[in-house]
Design a protein. Structure first.
Length: 313
């Protein structure tokens, strides 16, 4: 046994670094899913490239005169399949129309069909998926079976049938309804799965405990917290709808021949593919770049909203 009087006692200094380490910086904004996703996206050059490319096509669709002063319907057979000239950088079509002007004005129709079809499919998918996932029971069974029926029908085939039946009423709205009205089932599945996850959260239980109705809880708390996957699906669906418009127009069951769109220009140019291939290649490049921009943007947003995907990088 040692003598207590000879034992040494060590006391930590009063000022230690633990105070600074453990201090909570209350001035910083609390992190959340959207802020973390934005911090991840803003550091990726591919994200800015896809955003700029998508904005270019959107501005081209809204204000085509900013890109060309040549009327797209000003055609001269003397320039049939002609090469590039001053003021006409991409040459001419078989009908003697300026290819660049038609690409700039065709973006308006192609993107309009894609945006309207995406809004229709997202709206229907959100309603069907949210009601099925939140209320469950027999309503979930009925809505899920309806979704399975639409999911089993290829929306391209359904759009071909619709546009063939309504041949005399072809328009941007008819084509968008034909595409979006049959493409919502996959969106509904994604929304339903996310609603099932969110409805188990504590804030949903607290909302109902405070006396708020189920429908108000769904609108005010569940849907806003389940909207992230819908944003991703809608971005990817926009690219798919643009491709669907071009496909249907190429098959001759899309928009009328008097409507300017990338799909119609590609369809018209196939007759002179051997003698003037660039009339087909240039609108195909525009279509590819637009689809690539929205697909890349959707995939980057999907990865940024997935914490596991961020951790793997």
């Amino acid at each position: 046994m040692s003598d207590p009087t000879t034992q040494k006692h060590y006391v930590a200094p009063v000022e230690t670094e633990s105070i600074a380490v453990d201090a909570v910086r209350i001035s910083e904004k609390p992190s959340n899913l959207w802020r973390d996703a934005w911090q991840d996206l803003r550091r990726r050059p591919l994200f800015w490239f896809s955003v700029v490319l998508a904005l270019v096509f959107l501005v081209m669709a809204l204000w085509p005169t900013l890109f060309t002063a040549t009327p797209p319907d000003s055609c001269d057979l003397a320039n049939s399949n002609g090469g590039p000239e001053a003021g006409h950088p991409l040459g001419f079509t078989f009908q003697g129309c300026d290819i660049y002007a038609r690409i700039a004005w065709g973006a308006q129709t192609s993107l309009a069909v894609g945006l309207i079809a995406t809004l229709i499919s997202s709206f229907l998918g959100l309603i069907m998926g949210a009601l099925a996932g939140f209320y469950g029971g027999w309503l979930d069974g009925v809505l899920s079976r309806i979704g399975d029926i639409f999911f089993a029908i290829p929306y391209i085939l359904a759009a071909v049938v619709v546009m063939t039946v309504f041949r005399d009423a072809r328009s941007v709205w008819t084509l968008a309804l034909a595409i979006g009205g049959f493409a919502w089932a996959s969106t509904a599945r994604v929304v339903r799965a996310e609603i099932l996850r969110v409805r188990q959260a504590d804030f949903v239980m607290a909302s109902q405990a405070l006396g708020q109705s189920k429908f108000k809880t769904l609108l005010n708390h569940v849907i806003p917290n389940a909207i992230a996957p819908l944003l991703v699906v809608s971005t990817l669906g926009l690219a798919a709808a643009i491709v669907a418009e071009a496909t249907l127009s190429f098959l001759g069951v899309g928009l009328g021949s008097d409507v300017m769109s990338w799909g119609n220009d590609i369809s018209d140019a196939q007759a002179s593919l051997r003698v003037a291939p660039m009339a087909l290649i240039y609108p195909s490049i525009a279509l590819t770049l637009a689809v690539l921009a929205f697909v890349t943007l959707g995939e980057l947003i999907r990865d940024a909203l997935d914490p596991k995907a961020r951790a793997r990088r």
